[in-house]
Write a new protein. Structure first.
Length: 238
């Protein structure tokens, strides 16, 4: 794949750290990588954004951010409140396509969930993924409540005819509870797509060298790693 879209079932569930793991695994395999953050909200101009965080953790990636808005809100709302132009799906598509000319892999990270509005017409990341004809990875939390949100996201991807690559657990806890352990079996069922990885909770705080050395072990072979869903599930029985 040349372009991979990374979305989530909500906010603060590990999209950026998962994107960094994808980037690190690709770099370790000798691929050139670009990371495109469609819209960054809730940060001042001088603060480090998600694309910068991916570069810090993963290494030598090309980091791009299309727009930044100060309020921690959906991009459309944040753009309107700041009286700034919104990011429309075609702008995401054009930026990703340009980066793909010079990179082996372009990772497009959304904001929040799949259908979060980027403009007042309801343009969203799913629209951009369709224009790019790119596979989509959904990052989901491990615990109670994740099944409903994951299934809803999966249904929308299928309704639109998008390539749903699979699900990555965005923060696997050191001591998973019963719900998290059961979800390893239930997530691929409700998603209708495979589990493609589990990133440890707190991986974003690892030293960059440690993060890069371990990233491939958190991702399935389709994503450039060595993680095995069956073995991981067996190691965490419900």
């Amino acid at each position: 794949m040349t372009v991979l879209v990374v979305t989530g079932t909500g906010t603060e569930i590990g999209k950026t750290v998962t994107t960094a793991a994808l980037a690190a695994a690709a770099l370790a395999a000798g691929r050139s990588v670009a990371v495109l953050k469609a819209a960054q909200t809730g940060l001042r101009p001088d603060e480090r954004g998600d694309a910068d965080e991916v570069a810090r953790l993963a290494g030598a990636v090309t980091a791009r951010e299309l727009a930044r808005y100060p309020d921690p809100l959906a991009p459309a709302t944040a753009a309107r409140r700041a009286a700034l132009p919104p990011v429309r799906p075609h702008a995401i598509t054009e930026a990703a396509a340009k980066l793909a000319v010079e990179h082996d892999l372009v990772l497009v990270e959304g904001a929040g969930g799949l259908l979060v509005h980027f403009d007042d017409e309801g343009g969203n990341l799913a629209d951009a993924a369709g224009q790019l004809a790119a596979p989509v990875v959904v990052v989901a939390p491990a615990g109670l409540g994740t099944l409903n949100a994951t299934e809803l996201t999966a249904r929308e991807l299928r309704r639109r005819g998008l390539d749903f690559a699979g699900v990555v657990v965005g923060g696997w806890p050191d001591s998973p509870d019963l719900a998290a352990r059961c979800n390893l079996a239930d997530l691929p069922v409700v998603a209708g797509a495979p589990l493609l990885g589990a990133v440890p909770m707190g991986a974003g705080s690892y030293a960059p060298a440690d993060f890069r050395a371990r990233a491939a072990s958190w991702l399935a072979p389709r994503l450039g790693g060595t993680w095995d869903a069956a073995a991981f599930t067996a190691a965490h029985p419900a």
